[in-house]
Design a protein around this ligand. Structure first.
Ligand code: GCU
Length: 645
């Protein structure tokens, strides 16, 4: 049995592996005895972190967090491309994968050796698109394109320090990325909404004329996540920022700093290095007069900080502190808010006080430009729309949105539900699919672990209730909690009706911290909106109850009486009846996030008069104009804000 060791700041050394087999309760009892309990409580997290290297497929290296605070060079901009629906650049005419030296492979040079040489692929500025960005919105020929596109970017790069290491980091690539530098494969990654990075060996990096080629394939497949069927458009491409990151040979890969549950002044943290070291790291929060040396012997260390006079982060006071980690020449600065969140009985407590979630669901899309959102400006625009609704929470559907979004939510004081796209009917019986889901979960949590705004990790949406699914989802809930026990774990469950009663008894509700359901009473079944008046709810869990979706469609500007479906009046009426129903909900009712902020592109919506490839359930239309329903929802939120003040 291999032994892992790490030194607690109290000087005690613990053989980690032994603890893995120790029952949780023994751990808990050890915690009752000394101050280093706090550090003990982090053990499960550290153990989970230490032992999840199995998650890194395709030669990825451990995810480097807080990229924007690193010594990084952006590779954003115009990239040349080749559209390759037949994957000619990857497979030969016998559909055999091309070997690395194959001259016809699209990762190899496209320059002919001489005038007689036959080259049938090439990169030119004639065919170039922006990175970050989806390809569908950048050229009409791509509007409905799903398949392979090759990207090429040449760059020069001189290391500032010969001994440093260089990594290539992608914010996200939808869906499957194969990455080559100077004709050599660095690795591959699957999953369209989470970051990944590869180390660039010194032998490969040139001072000038580096050729970076990325094969991107966004074809939907049965055994992927999401799978074949979604109610959003499958935008393809290198959809988020790309950076070269230069770090010292021994560097801080990841770290965590959070307020201990139930505390108002004890910060618990850990630091993880790329390899075993014997270093002192200075943790500094100048505003709190906090400077503390953390001794790291091995590849990680845990620590505790006493922070007197701490202002807690909340929507009303989104206080962020500048936290600095100094590791020799390496300095990492982050803006972190400190708050606690928990489910206690039937309430969600934020910093120990009950909170009502005034939410809205958001897709990562700028509808006016029919494109994926990817920038700080995009985040500001979308979250400002939510603020104008008087929201204090957003559900980022149905996949992790870009980091600009979660950092903006930190600054604006908006609570966040973040989710992995285990959506509808994925292949629950396939172990490899479970591993893919866990990888996405790990990447999502790792990237945003220090974001105060995120209070809920969701492991999926509207997955059908059967044994294989429940086992699959339960495993995800446990994995999420092992990665991060400081937040609530949930999923958007389905509600079913028994003799007209809305019954919430999905078995997954046994393991989630809150019970969240999507209901469309008055739109999908159950009669028209008046059905809300006599709606009865039978919620089989004494846990906080959250409505993670409700909504109705309206074609903006189409006006009629409230019985006329697709009209703004119909949607307005729907919201009126729904909000009245919300006022009559059981006492464990903790909030809602209606579906959805903006109309969004969906290939499943093909009514030629009222949809034309759009899901028009937005309370804002494609141009950002408010629909009549907007005002009904805003009025309800103003009321709830007063009630819970
Ligand atoms: C579902 C689903 C959404 C979808 C919405 C709708 O509940 O979660 O992704 O867009 O309902 O039908 O509009």
């Amino acid at each position: 049995m291999t032994q892992y060791r790490f030194r607690l700041e109290t000087g005690k050394i613990f053989p980690v592996k032994a603890l893995i087999s120790t029952k949780e309760s023994e751990l808990l009892s050890m915690q009752q005895h000394s101050l280093s309990n706090t550090v003990m409580r982090m053990k499960p997290v550290l153990i989970a972190l230490l032992s999840c290297s199995f998650l890194y497929a395709g030669a990825q290296t451990r995810l480097i967090t807080n990229v924007q605070a690193r010594n990084s060079t952006s590779l954003n901009g115009q990239w040349q491309y080749i559209v390759d629906p037949y994957e000619t650049g990857y497979y030969d005419y016998r559909w055999q994968e091309r070997r690395s030296g194959d001259r016809e492979a699209y990762w190899n040079s496209d320059v002919p050796d001489n005038k007689s040489d036959r080259k049938e692929h090439g990169y030119t500025d004639k065919y170039a698109i922006r990175v970050p960005g989806d390809w569908n919105s950048q050229d009409a020929k791509f509007l409905y394109y799903e398949g392979t596109v090759w990207y090429n970017r040449n760059f020069d790069f001189n290391k500032t320090n010969p001994s440093s290491k260089v990594f290539l980091h992608f914010g996200a690539v939808n869906y499957e990325a194969h990455v080559y530098l100077n004709g050599v494969k660095l690795g591959w990654h699957k999953g369209g909404f989470t970051p990944f990075n590869f180390e660039i060996p010194d032998s490969l990096l040139q001072a000038t004329g580096n050729r970076l080629v990325v094969k991107v394939d966004n074809k939907r497949k049965r055994d992927e996540i999401p799978t074949l069927n979604t109610d959003w458009w499958n935008y393809g491409g290198i959809t988020r920022d790309v950076h070269l990151i230069e770090v010292p040979p021994q560097f801080i890969v990841d770290y965590s700093l959070q307020l201990k549950k139930g505390s108002t002044n004890e910060l618990v943290g850990w630091i993880k290095f790329n390899e075993a070291v014997n270093h002192k790291v200075l943790v500094e929060i100048r505003e709190l007069g906090l400077w503390q040396d953390v001794t790291v012997k091995g590849d990680s260390a845990a620590f505790v900080l006493k922070a007197n006079g701490l202002q807690l982060w909340s929507p009303e006071n989104p206080k962020l502190y500048s936290v600095v980690l100094r590791n020799g020449s390496e300095t990492i600065t982050d803006k972190i808010g400190f708050r606690t969140v928990e489910a206690k009985g039937s309430q969600i407590l934020l910093n120990g006080k009950p909170v009502f979630l005034r939410g809205i669901c958001i897709h990562e899309e700028i509808p006016r430009e029919i494109r994926r959102a990817y920038s700080t400006q995009d985040a500001a625009r979308l979250l400002q729309q939510a603020k104008d609704l008087n929201c204090n929470m957003v559900r980022l559907a149905h996949y992790p949105h870009n980091e600009h979004m979660t950092r903006m939510a930190d600054s604006l004081g908006i609570l966040v539900w973040s989710e992995i796209p285990v959506y509808w009917t994925i292949d629950f019986t396939n172990e490899a699919v479970l591993q893919k889901a866990k990888q996405q979960l790990h990447e999502m949590i790792t990237r945003d672990r220090n974001r105060a705004s995120i209070i809920i990790w969701s492991v999926g949406n509207e997955t059908p209730v059967h044994a294989a699914r429940t086992a699959f989802m339960t495993s995800l809930v446990h994995t999420a909690r092992a990665f991060d026990s400081s937040r609530l774990i949930s999923a958007a469950l389905e509600v079913h009706r028994v003799q007209g009663v809305n019954v919430v008894d999905d078995p997954l509700g046994q393991v989630t911290d809150i019970v969240s359901v999507n209901e469309y009473l008055g739109w999908y079944g159950g009669g028209l909106s008046a059905a809300c008046r006599n709606a009865k709810w039978d919620i089989r869990y004494n846990k906080p109850f959250f409505i993670s979706e409700t909504g109705a469609e309206a074609l903006s500007g189409y006006h009629a009486d409230s019985l006329t479906r697709w009209s703004e009046e119909f949607q307005e009426w729907f919201y009126r009846e729904q909000m009245d129903m919300m006022r009559r909900m059981p006492p464990n009712f903790a909030g809602i996030s209606p579906w959805i902020l903006n109309d969004f592109r969906s290939p499943r919506r093909n009514n030629p008069w009222y949809q034309e490839g759009w899901n028009n359930k937005g309370v804002y239309d494609q141009q950002g104009r408010k629909k009549k329903a907007f005002y009904v929802l805003k009025a309800y939120y103003d009321e709830m804000e007063k009630k819970y003040r």
